[in-house]
Design a protein around this ligand. Structure first.
Ligand SMILES: C[S@@+](CC[C@H](N)C(=O)[O-])C[C@H]1O[C@@H](n2cnc3c(N)ncnc32)[C@H](O)[C@@H]1O
Length: 274
């Protein structure tokens, strides 16, 4: 396992996926019944932007630094969280488990999986004493087959792979297929890079052929293909909550003006009927 998210934490893709994650969590918080979240590729939980890794990589300066100090109209809960973590200036970027944890209520739960041994240990240490968070040192794709559906029967599976293995797209499609069979009403949200159209095309084809219920695709490219090694990224949401398409469109529109060099493009498309 070579991928280290510390080099990429807070980049434009993190901003997009974390703001969207907060929107889905807001939807789940709108009803009083408890919910559960499975974060299959959890990472460290939070990233120090003054670390060697973050200082060596400029990615967060083109991401979270661009939105810090303003309250995104399309994702206020996400902006509030970044502000609350950084009262004295931008030093910490939350990861997905921290975004989820911050938005859990008393009876909601997070199950977070991380395969890298050191990162899993660090994540366990971070949430020791937090009864609503269970950290598992295990393969996140396999966890989808084992940990869903949760007893709460309401919630989200968030899948955010590093895309460092050649079979990553196939494993992602397999996990979505298995997960949706086991938990037909669960919300599933998967992140993917936009470096070429291959992953996006394969995911859309699987969503339509299987088909995945109420599948929605949102893609935001702050950069042109030739401008950046990661020009953009996408999110596939299955069992997309009502009006999430409109909320993601507003988010893409707002982020397009803040990220990149003025040539951002975005699209939000339904893949299967809502
Ligand atoms: C893109 S990062 C996740 C970032 C995190 N979701 C966030 O938003 O802050 C991918 C993480 O998945 C871990 N990982 C890689 N393969 C995995 C697998 N099969 N199961 C669980 N974790 C894995 C990596 O060590 C890395 O920490």
């Amino acid at each position: 396992m070579n991928y280290r998210h510390a080099f990429h934490a807070g980049n434009h893709a993190d901003v997009f996926k974390h703001a969207a994650l907060a929107l889905v969590l807001e939807h789940l918080r709108a009803k009083p019944q408890p919910f559960a979240v499975l974060d299959t590729h959890a990472g460290l939980g939070a990233y120090d932007l003054e670390s060697d890794e973050a200082q060596r990589s400029p990615e967060w300066r083109q991401g979270v630094a661009r939105i810090f100090g303003r309250r995104l109209e399309a994702a206020p809960a996400y902006s509030d969280l970044i502000a609350a973590l950084n009262p004295g200036g931008l030093k910490t970027c939350p990861g997905s488990p921290e975004i989820v944890r911050a938005l859990l209520r008393q009876d909601d739960r997070l199950m977070a999986c991380e395969l890298h041994p050191a990162d899993a240990e660090a994540l366990k240490a971070r949430y020791r004493g937090e009864p609503r968070v269970a950290v598992h040192h295990r393969d996140g794709y396999e966890a989808v087959g084992a940990l869903v559906p949760p007893p709460e029967r309401r919630g989200l599976v968030f899948i955010d792979p590093p895309f460092e293995q050649p079979d990553e797209t196939d494993r992602l499609i397999g996990a979505l297929t298995t997960g949706l069979k086991r938990w037909p009403s669960g919300i599933f949200m998967a992140w993917y890079p936009l470096k070429d159209r291959k992953t996006s095309g394969a995911l859309a084809a699987a969503a339509q052929a299987t088909p995945f219920p109420k599948a929605l695709r949102a893609e935001l490219s702050p950069f042109l293909w030739e401008e950046n090694s990661l020009p953009g990224s996408g999110l596939l949401v299955c069992n997309a909550p009502w009006k999430l398409d409109e909320k993601l469109a507003a988010l893409c529109e707002e982020l397009s003006a803040l990220l990149g060099n003025g040539s951002a493009r975005w699209a939000v498309d339904p893949l299967t009927p809502a």
